[in-house]
Write a new protein. Structure first.
Length: 162
């Protein structure tokens, strides 16, 4: 389910620079249900649901300052919250770290290509002008989540029992 969520978000953010609420809110709800199911054998309030809710709250707490400063769009913040709700705290932290690193690389790539090859033969834009343009950060966050998932599946990193 997480891979499907990330692929849909990456497509919509790349294509339209939007991450729809119709994708993120249901994913958060499903993630919390996963937390309940994960905790049924006896750890409902010590591992499962608590971990998923904590990840959702942590994602909000970490992304809100960037949103308030204008560096992150609301859809990106809700995507982080959905990833936290679906997989829990440790996976969210690793996924967000990889997403931030990939986002930095993507931003540098966007700046370099737009600076070197301006559209329609116009003069090269200033770096400050380029910094004000939007990039599809949901793509970077999605790639970070897919990377964390791939590393977990292959056993390179262990991210808990979620």
């Amino acid at each position: 389910m997480l891979a499907a969520l990330l692929l849909v978000v990456m497509y919509t953010d790349f294509r339209w620079l939007r991450i729809p609420n119709a994708v993120t809110y249901p994913a958060m709800l499903i993630g919390l249900v996963f937390g309940v199911v994960e905790g049924i054998p006896g750890g409902l309030f010590t591992g499962g649901l608590v971990d998923h809710v904590a990840a959702l709250v942590l994602a909000f707490a970490l992304s809100y300052p960037f949103y308030a400063a204008g560096g992150l769009k609301a859809g990106d913040a809700k995507l982080l919250m959905a990833v936290g709700a679906v997989r829990g705290t440790s996976f969210f932290l690793v996924s967000a770290l990889y997403g931030a690193l990939l986002g930095g690389l993507i931003a540098v790539g966007f700046i370099a290509t737009r600076r070197l090859r301006p559209a329609n033969g116009a003069s090269a834009p200033s770096v400050s002008g380029l910094m004000k343009q939007s990039i599809p950060y949901g793509v970077a966050l999605g790639l970070g989540g897919l990377l964390a998932l791939a590393l977990e599946i292959t056993g390179v990193i262990a991210l808990g029992t979620s």
